[in-house]
Design a protein around this ligand. Structure first.
Ligand code: ZN
Length: 236
């Protein structure tokens, strides 16, 4: 498996006759798929700093090419690329569906399971795996949480402390983190490994004593947001 990773999406696209090109655009634009007669192109924003995010964007556009090419032209923003939601195939939302396609293509389940076995599930692991798969740390975190056999939630918080979106795996289904809330007692800081966090930051009072929580966090200054990996252990 090591020989096949990371999956080179640019080469894959070019093998399908799709031209892949980067453009410097200083805005929210991440990537687009354009089909005009025989001409097929994937354009991406070369201002994106992380190689992994570019590779994930190209894989996302390949997802649109495979699943939604009747649309002719699709432009995708940062919000579209982070629309992970429930990472199940056959979603009704085309952005989420393209993200699922990209996640499955770049991060094969069998390999991910092997990599996370016996490891603490924290930001340090997500960073290491995003290098292995050439994916964004955020997409990697969601894929790992989906495949992990312990309760994990992925939360993205903007720098003003408000939850932009969150996603938790089935083992953490009891936890509900509302979009737009500003959790009291949450401090934004780079913190690679999982550390205990006060349960009241993330849980309503009636559930405080049911769970022990740990969290690790990565600041993403380019996007004005922080990525949080929240682990849970049910104590009652
Ligand atoms: Zn898209």
């Amino acid at each position: 498996m090591d020989d096949c990773l990371p999956v080179d999406c640019k080469a894959l696209a070019e093998g399908l006759g799709i031209k892949v090109e980067g453009f410097d655009i200083e805005d929210d634009f991440q990537g687009m798929l354009s089909i005009e007669g025989d001409f097929k192109a994937i354009l991406y924003n070369s201002c994106i700093r992380e190689e992994g995010r570019i590779n994930f964007t190209i894989a996302h556009e390949l997802g649109h090419y495979s699943l939604h090419r009747d649309r002719k032209e699709l432009k995708c923003s940062l919000d579209d690329l982070e629309n992970m939601g429930n990472l199940q195939p056959h979603s009704k939302n085309i952005e989420r569906e393209a993200n699922v396609f990209a996640s499955y293509l770049l991060m094969p389940g069998q390999d991910v399971r092997q990599q996370i076995k016996d490891n603490a599930i924290d930001i340090a692991l997500m960073k290491r795996l995003s290098g292995r798969y050439q994916t964004s740390v955020t997409a990697t975190a969601c894929r790992v949480a989906y495949l992990a056999n312990q309760p994990i939630a992925i939360i993205v918080v903007s720098y003003d402390g408000r939850v932009k979106w969150s996603w938790r795996n089935q083992l953490f289904a009891e936890i509900f983190i509302e979009r737009g809330v500003k959790p009291e007692g949450l401090y934004l800081t780079d913190q690679d490994s999982q550390e205990p966090v006060l349960s009241k930051v993330w849980l309503p009072s009636e559930k405080l004593y049911l769970w022990e929580l740990t969290q690790s966090m990565m600041l993403m200054p380019t996007y004005g947001q922080a990525l949080i990996v929240l682990g849970g252990q049910r104590v009652y």
